[in-house]
Design a protein around this ligand. Structure first.
Ligand code: C5P
Length: 398
């Protein structure tokens, strides 16, 4: 899929730079042409010789190198690629990008480029969580820059948490999704997925058995067709797919806000199992056993996100798709639900325990639109996702 694609790979100065050597190999195995750029700090972690040998290319290092400028000026260098990838993207590089600084070759290329940019952050967990880095991240996302990772885990500095650079194959998948020339190229699609968690107190919550598997498979399938996917997910069992913009939320209220912030979109698919109710009497302290009897929980209705988006007067996505998980009278309930919510399609499925669908690997769905109901045979959730993504592509493109 990457044959002939040109990647300008900017390697920042962090311990994760060693993974970028493997990334270069993986990209070249897939036919990509890699032009490497090293920051000064990166040279402390990997040598220009090993980068050059693996990339099979000259390494660009200096903004004021007369030889380089004569061969290929830095402005030209910033424009030759199909994609500029910054891996690892250090806190410093992210700050420079967000501020528009251009005081070395890497930052100058990033300011001068007119091709899409993807960053793969890697840094100490405190640096990642620092308000300044999060502010810069929000700026970069707002500028349309794709962000891959970081992952959670043990870090070279001995701490634990988010900040580990994504693995080379995760980065390759994200690059492939970004450069995919599918029927959804240039289309922005919103997908909600997973359950929501509604707190009872700081340690307890109400949830449901949604694993997020179907929504995740769908987001992956849409990205594979070239879509720019915004994936708003509750706390799911399965990890989010690579190559999509992940917005992680806990509650229905947060999901609603994330969905509204993610619009406009060419299509929106609501695969999340949103809790219908939240605990309005949620306590900010852990509830204790008392002699005065059992706690009484009071509930309030959650916003219906699908209904709200379907009814938007302005900026409604041209295609709005809901899911209907039913345990009985599936067709009847789902048909009524489509009209009640005002969405264009409903993907209905039977989640009664005997089917093994909720949390399982397979799904049997009926697609309900104004053309009627279409029953699909039972198949893997990935296959359902691919079929649905193809239908979405043809609906959007006609
Ligand atoms: O009403 P019900 O929960 O059965 O409808 C299911 C559909 O509505 C799903 O597409 C789900 O993602 C969406 N939904 C929502 N917000 C809610 C409840 C459901 O977006 N509060």
């Amino acid at each position: 899929m990457l044959a002939g694609k040109h990647i300008l790979l900017i390697i920042g100065g962090g311990i994760a730079a060693f993974k970028s050597l493997d990334l270069i190999r993986r990209l070249r195995e897939r036919g990509a042409v890699v032009t490497p750029v090293l920051t000064r700090a990166a040279e402390e972690f990997v040598t220009p010789l090993s980068v050059s040998a693996l990339a099979g290319s000259k390494v660009f290092r200096d903004l004021f190198d007369l030889g380089d400028e004569a061969e290929m000026g830095h402005i030209q260098l910033s424009r030759v690629a199909d994609l500029v990838v910054v891996a690892p993207a250090t806190a410093d590089l992210m700050a420079k990008m967000a501020g528009g600084l251009a005081n070395d070759l890497a930052s100058t290329l990033l300011l001068a480029t007119d091709t899409p940019v993807m960053i793969v952050p890697a840094m100490n967990v405190r640096m990642w969580e620092h308000a300044a880095t999060q502010r810069n991240l929000a700026t970069l996302l707002g500028d349309g820059i794709a962000v891959v990772g970081p992952n959670k885990g043990d870090m070279a500095c001995g701490e634990h948490g988010p900040g580990r650079m994504s693995e080379p194959m995760e980065i390759v998948a994200a690059i492939e999704a970004k450069l995919a020339d599918g029927p959804l190229k240039g289309r922005r699609i919103l997908v909600t997925s997973g359950p929501t968690h509604e707190p009872i107190d700081p340690v307890r919550y109400i949830a449901n058995r949604s694993s997020g598997a179907q929504g995740t498979a769908l987001a992956r399938a849409l990205a594979a067709l070239g879509a720019e996917v915004v994936f708003v997910t509750g706390p799911a069992d399965v990890p989010p797919p690579d190559g999509v913009e992940v917005i992680a939320v806990q509650t229905a209220q947060q999901m609603k806000e994330a969905v509204e912030a993610a619009l406009p979109a060419d299509a929106a698919v609501f695969a999340a199992a949103v809790a219908d109710w939240r605990v309005s009497s949620a306590s900010d302290r852990k509830l204790k056993k008392t002699k005065d009897g059992l706690p009484v929980l009071e509930f309030a209705e959650n916003p219906d996100i699908l209904h709200g988006v379907s009814q938007m007067k302005q900026g409604r996505p041209p295609l709005v798709v809901g899911f209907a998980a039913e345990t009985n009278d599936v067709l009847e309930n789902a048909t009524a639900k489509r009209l009640r919510k005002g969405c264009d399609w409903i993907v209905a499925n039977d989640v009664s325990p005997a089917t093994g669908i909720m949390g399982g690997a397979e799904n049997a769905v009926t697609l309900i639109s104004d053309a009627g109901a279409e029953e699909w045979p039972r198949m893997g959730k990935d296959a359902v996702a691919q079929k649905l993504a193809a239908r979405i592509a043809s609906a959007i493109n006609t």
